[in-house]
Each structure stands twice: as structure tokens, then as C-alpha cells.
Ligand binder design. Sequence first.
Ligand SMILES: *[C@@H]1O[C@H](CO)[C@@H](O)[C@H](O)[C@H]1NC(C)=O
Length: 241
Amino acid sequence: MLLLAFTWAITAPIWFTHGVQSHPTAAAPARRDGSADVDWGSIRCPAANSPETFPTPSYRTEKGLFLVCTEQVINATPQDVYHALLDFQAYSAWNSFVRYVALPADVVKTPDDVYVGLVTRFTTAGILPLVNTTSVEIVTVTKGSFDDGSSPGEGEPAPGTTAGRYLMAAWRYDDGLHGAAERSEHPNILVDRGDGTTLYISYETFFVGPGALLLLPLKDTLQKLYTQQGLDLKAYIEKGV
Ligand SMILES: *[C@@H]1O[C@H](CO)[C@@H](O)[C@H](O)[C@H]1NC(C)=O
């Protein structure tokens, strides 16, 4: 996410002069092929300052430049957390980072009307001082049911328990240039802890490219915003709204 109009203005000359736009790399399409090459349910945030990055559903084999990641144990079921995450119309009620999500006319009610391929526009606060920023985000994964056989693959529960199963929702940033400027994606993984609580893992990998290079100095800011967003979500859900 997050290549703002602002950054655009700064970076446009760079990729135009380097001819990137005339040789756009093929952006990985959103994949729903169910290939089980990534065990999403076992992903956990690395230690702070680790150089590690994770693949994402749309960009499984690309090289990450940097990662922001946060985890929270939320006292609610994965289904409840999933519902809140895709209830984009309610974001302004709890999310200090994503202040508003603009939706197309075919989405009347969230989360019910959210679908893979949905194009949204996020208004975000806190990346730059004093101004809001916007980014186009496209929903890439809606795995809202344990029975949902669609991509990505389901974690194997331990026998006789639901622990370890997970739900997942993800969206990717769209730079309007087929990924030539910036490729990044935000998976949210909701692991069932088997006791009515959920381990919420939220991360975004920024893949090697001009956009990620420009955002690299903002990594600590982005990490703080992600951490706060996780805390916001936990507070909102546990308040029982
Ligand atoms: C940022 O966006 C929010 C939600 O749309 C709005 O309430 C707020 O006034 C905006 N802030 C600025 C500085 O534009």
C-alpha cells in the first residue's frame, strides 16, 4: 500500500527517466490457485530489526525489500476478527491509521459485499505529518470460512481441536503501473488458538522496486502505524462492538 500522490510526484521522474514505465515488469496477478507452497497459518512476526521478509499471496516468489509486521492475541473468535477486518465501512470507528475506505457502488454493505478483486481507496493518516495520504488497494484473499477450500490452503488442526486453523484476508497496493513502481501486499492471518481467542498476524511486505526504496526511510513510521492498528483492532473487538 501507501504509494501516495506525494511520493508519486517525487518518484515519477525517476522511473520515467529510467524507462521503467516503458518496460513494465509483469505484475503477479492475484492468485487463488490453492497452491499450498506457503504455510500461511505458521507465519509469525520476526524479531524487531530482522531483515526477514515474507511472501504474500500475490507475490510468492519475489524478493522483499522490507517488512512491517504486528501480532496480537485478541479475545474473540477468528470469525469475529475476520468480520471486523473486512467491515471497511466501520474503519473510521476504530482505525487510527486507515481513517476511511472508499468503496465502489456495488458494495452496499461490508463485510458481506466484499469480494476478491474489489478495488478500494484507503485514506491513511500518520505517514506524513499533517496530511492524509491515499492508496488504491485491491482485495486479493477472502478466506472467511474454515470450510472454504479456496486459496490459500488451510492449516491442519490438531486432532480433536480447532487450534491452528486460520482465516485470512489480504489486499495489495495497486500503483496503476502493473507493479513497475511499487508492489506491496497486506495479509491478515487469524489463527484459531483453540480457546475462543485468536492470534492476529498482520504484515505487509514491500517488494524490491523503486517505490519500496522510497518508502524504506518510512519503515519505522509504518511499523508504528501497523502496531497501533493492531492494538486498535483488538480494543475495538474486545469492547464487543
Ligand atoms: C483525514 O481523513 C479523515 C477521514 O476522511 C478526515 O476526518 C480528516 O479530517 C482528514 N485529515 C486531514 C488533515 O485532511
